[in-house]
Design a protein around this ligand. Structure first.
Ligand SMILES: C[S@@+](CC[C@H](N)C(=O)[O-])C[C@H]1O[C@@H](n2cnc3c(N)ncnc32)[C@H](O)[C@@H]1O
Length: 233
């Protein structure tokens, strides 16, 4: 793994293989990074996901708070919205395809004193880490836009230690009717997946992860998936 960050604190590890939609998205998020947090709070979360932004933060905080003194990977970390919820005793790695989004995340991390912390520009479909490198992996609001989302989950399972947990929030069909109507109109236009709970559970099972639904907030599904367990607790 490349280990030397550039002047903005980011390690670039982009792979040659990148789907056209991912390349386009990398540029779009880069252009949009400075206003991303504002747009998510005021527009995308309430109007598209039909979800309450404050409830989203509370659910994430509850799921993340028990994670301490752990090696954590935040896949598609974006501007680092989850950083605030992590205990400082953790060794945090944020990975995203967009350099501009990562620059915002670096600023959030500078306000904390993580045990260790690094930011990597890379692709969720081809994680550059060794097997069993992380105790906890999370992905907030990104699974629906990763072209081969099953491969991303397989990669996450690979880099998790045995008994490690994957925590994810994602827009999902079939849990909120109002969201479903909106999403049906826009998902194809923006090349976004219309994932169902069985789609996600199946991808987790294929990757050797034991799926457990945790919560829902409008059209946002929260789940955890455990490596090396036969059944959820
Ligand atoms: C909707 S944003 C979510 C960001 C952050 N996790 C949050 O909840 O605010 C989706 C993020 O996924 C990133 N992304 C999209 N495709 C990716 C890929 N293939 N690999 C890594 N990151 C990707 C985008 O750059 C963007 O930052």
């Amino acid at each position: 793994m490349p280990s030397i960050p550039d002047k903005n604190g980011i390690i670039t590890a982009l792979t040659d293989e990148e789907a056209d939609v991912t390349r386009r998205r990398r540029k779009e998020f880069g252009a949009f990074a400075i206003i991303y947090d504002f747009m998510l709070e005021r527009f995308t979360r309430p109007r598209v996901h039909k979800a309450d932004p404050q409830q989203h933060r509370e659910v994430l905080a509850n799921l993340i708070a028990p994670v301490q003194q752990a090696k954590v990977l935040d896949v598609a970390c974006g501007t680092g919205g989850a950083i605030a919820h992590f205990h400082e005793s953790n060794d945090y790695t944020g990975l995203d395809i967009s350099y501009g989004m990562l620059k915002q995340a670096v600023k959030k991390a500078q306000r904390k004193s993580f045990n260790a912390c690094r930011f990597i520009q890379g692709n969720a479909e081809q994680l550059i880490f060794n097997d069993e490198s992380f105790d906890f992996v999370m992905m907030d609001t990104a699974l629906h836009m990763i072209p081969n989302y099953q491969l991303a989950i397989t990669e996450i399972a690979r880099v998790l230690v045995n008994d490690g947990a994957f925590m994810c929030s994602t827009p999902a069909m079939g849990i909120n009717r109002e969201f479903d109507v909106t999403w049906e109109k826009m998902s194809a236009k923006y090349s976004l997946h219309s994932l169902t709970v069985p789609d996600i559970e199946n991808a987790c099972q294929q990757a050797g992860l034991c799926f457990q639904q945790c919560d829902a907030n409008g059209g946002i599904l929260y789940f955890q998936a455990y490596k090396g367990r036969q059944s959820a607790i």
